[in-house]
Ligand binder design. Structure first.
Ligand SMILES: NC(=O)c1ccc[n+]([C@@H]2O[C@H](COP(=O)([O-])OP(=O)(O)OC[C@H]3O[C@@H](n4cnc5c(N)ncnc54)[C@H](OP(=O)(O)O)[C@@H]3O)[C@@H](O)[C@H]2O)c1
Length: 331
């Protein structure tokens, strides 16, 4: 059992009043979990949704915030595949109320990896959610194949930028869609082959140009709303849209008649572990291997201090390019 500080949602509302730094105790980890001393934790738009009471999978406060964290293992249950002292990153027990913006965090064993040698703390803390979601969308659900064309909405965001890299690692041609020239440069740095500014460019016309009139095979959509509805006009016959999120405020309104007439598929994507723990562990091994080979890298954006978590959550409605990370402690 250890004690320390944790940022917790005490009541739903604005981040500055809803989130409190509390002194709490972590009992020894249950089977299937490890307890880590946190160094960094990844952030995202879901933090804002959770704080406002708009996250469908969570109940009433109080609960800890932070879906992913990296650090050193300090306690394991009997039979664990991890040991005290291992340097790991993984998905926290946030759905049970224990988050990552805290001095200690529980990680689910099945969704935890040892940190590859060249990965920085910031990259490690922001690795799990974005890449597990991209894997769910681009390998398990849509899927995208080598040689196909992948259009990514919200491409400079934390979900989008990870999908750029996984899409490239899978052999796709990637078209990034974002709202400024700076964000498109960011997407190009992480491997996008083409960029479309949805605020100033004619998106369907640009896709016609890039794909010689064929359209894209897969749309990765963490944005929804009007932008995704416009992008649907660029989906090729037999194409697939992976429904990831609603950064625009509402999911895309799909026309089922259009889907039928063009033989298209819309797949929902929720990044949760597979039922079979061995299959899930294999997913994480593949992601760790891609990271170790440098094929995928966390697109780290802004890094906040531990004291700044409420302000960081307030900023998640417009976080800038890349993955926001919180530095909880130094090594
Ligand atoms: N399904 C899952 O398992 C899963 C996992 C993680 C996240 N999510 C969801 O995915 C969504 C995005 O999360 P995130 O962490 O990637 O957020 P993020 O880092 O804030 O990125 C969202 C991006 O969308 C763009 N955007 C916002 N409004 C837009 C609009 N109206 N039209 C076009 N682009 C717009 C933003 O930049 P610009 O407009 O400036 O380009 C931003 O870069 C959220 O709804 C989150 O809950 C789902």
């Amino acid at each position: 059992m250890v004690s320390g500080r944790a940022w917790r949602v005490a009541r739903f509302g604005a981040p500055e009043t809803a989130i409190e730094l509390q002194e709490i105790t972590w009992p020894d980890p249950a089977p299937g979990q490890v307890l880590v001393k946190v160094r960094t934790a990844g952030a995202g738009y879901p933090d804002a949704m959770m704080t406002a009471g708009q996250f469908p999978l969570l109940g009433e406060p109080p609960f800890g915030l932070g879906e992913e964290a990296a650090g050193e293992v300090v306690a394991v249950p009997p039979g664990s595949r991890f040991a005290v002292g291992d340097q790991v990153t993984g998905i926290t027990a946030f759905l049970e109320g224990w988050g990552g913006y805290a001095e200690y965090a529980y990680l689910g064993e099945v969704s935890t990896i040892r940190i590859p040698a060249d990965m920085t703390d910031e990259q490690a803390g922001g690795f799990p959610i974005g890449f597990r979601t991209a894997y769910a969308g681009l390998v398990e659900r849509a899927p995208v194949e080598a040689g196909q064309t992948l259009l990514i909405l919200g491409a400079a965001g934390s979900s989008g930028a990870t999908a750029i890299q996984l899409g490239k690692a899978l052999g796709a041609t990637v078209i990034a869609v974002a709202g400024s020239a700076e964000k498109l440069e960011f997407c190009a740095r992480y491997g996008a082959d083409h960029g479309i500014n949805y605020r100033t460019d004619d998106l369907p016309a640009r896709v016609v140009e890039i794909t010689n009139g064929r359209g894209v095979d897969v749309i990765y959509d963490p944005v929804g709303g009007e932008t995704a509805a416009t992008a649907m006009n660029s989906l090729a016959r037999n194409g697939r849209i992976a429904l990831i999120g609603l950064a625009a405020g509402a999911p895309v309104a799909l026309n089922s008649m259009d889907l039928m007439l063009r033989n298209q598929t819309a797949v929902g994507v929720l990044s949760i572990p597979q039922d079979d723990p061995q299959a899930e562990a294999a997913v994480w091994e593949r992601l760790a291997d891609l990271a170790a080979r440098g094929a995928i890298t966390t697109p780290v954006g802004r890094v906040y201090d531990f004291e700044d978590v409420p302000r960081m959550v307030a900023n998640q409605t417009s976080p800038g390019a890349g993955k926001t990370v919180v530095r909880v402690a130094t090594a």
